[in-house]
Write a protein that binds this ligand. Structure first.
Ligand SMILES: Cc1cc2nc3c(=O)[nH]c(=O)nc-3n(C[C@H](O)[C@H](O)[C@H](O)COP(=O)(O)O)c2cc1C
Length: 250
């Protein structure tokens, strides 16, 4: 990350030890934004961000996605209300961190069973977030004035969820490069438990709702270097047929 301190260099060139270029800086400095100004981004800017998604690579160039932009304030408020209601409903049965001994005991059995059924959704990180939402300590959509919903076409080649991730990250990076803020909202999926939202957004085969990106002007500016794990990378190079381990990062 030391190169972050240097002066910027042009995109499309490389020499050893050069400072991060503009694209690398946006990637390295992007942080999730969870507090937005109320006025939405101009529509032209949102279209430009969508364009970055539309140009994303995908397996077989299948482009297995559909985009939905939600800016209507009444609709956003209804989505927040319903998402909180659903999270509270789940946490009533699953939150083993509060209440009487008997309640915690029963909830811990429920949670163990559900964590096996939905291991990704009920991983400790989203579980902790859901506890906070159920306690009214954090909103689901962070009061963002715009939500970009990314629907996945399940007929895509190979791995449509991978394509959606690439497509969404293109939009996220484009948004931050323009001074906007974003936060991925995986938790939007809870809305799919209510038929009214599936109907409203036309979520039926071959489409499923994969994820959402909260979008707006950041309040205050959140971007800056993050801490990340040092990665032990295996290099199979001319040093031999056994991998050479290199620590990536500091
Ligand atoms: C697929 C995905 C789903 C996420 N879902 C949520 C979410 O529902 N709510 C939230 O506040 N953050 C969500 N995040 C944001 C992560 O918590 C965040 O990216 C991570 O903590 C790293 O922080 P950074 O983005 O500031 O570098 C999600 C991120 C990804 C990639």
């Amino acid at each position: 990350m030391n190169a972050l301190m240097g002066t910027e260099t042009a995109v499309g060139s490389y020499h050893e030890g050069m400072p991060w270029n503009t694209v690398e800086r946006v990637i390295l400095n992007r942080r999730s934004v969870r507090s937005f100004r109320q006025e939405p981004l101009p529509d032209a800017m949102i279209r430009r961000i969508l364009e970055a998604g539309r140009f994303a690579p995908s397996a077989g160039n299948m482009q297995p996605w559909r985009f939905i932009v939600v800016k209507n304030r009444a609709l956003l408020a209804e989505m927040e209300r319903d998402a909180v209601r659903i999270v509270k409903f789940f946490m009533f049965f699953l939150d083993y961190t509060r209440g009487s001994f008997l309640r915690r005991f029963i909830a811990s059995i429920n949670a163990k069973v559900m964590m096996r059924v939905l291991p990704n959704e009920l991983h400790p990180a989203p579980f902790a977030l859901m506890v906070q939402i159920a306690q009214g300590k954090t909103p689901v959509f962070h009061s963002a004035p715009t939500l970009l919903l990314l629907l996945e076409d399940r007929r895509g080649v190979s791995s449509p969820p991978t394509d959606i991730g690439i497509c969404g990250q293109n939009m996220v990076i484009a948004a931050h490069s323009l001074g906007a803020g974003t936060c991925w909202i995986g938790l939007i999926k809870v809305l799919m438990y209510l038929p009214k939202w599936r109907k409203r957004f036309g979520v039926k085969f071959p489409y499923s709702l994969n994820v959402c990106i909260a979008l707006g002007w950041p309040k205050p500016k959140a971007d800056g270097p993050a801490t990340r794990e040092v990665q032990r990378v295996e290099w199979f190079d001319e040093a031999g047929l056994d991998p050479r381990i290199e620590e990536q990062g500091e």
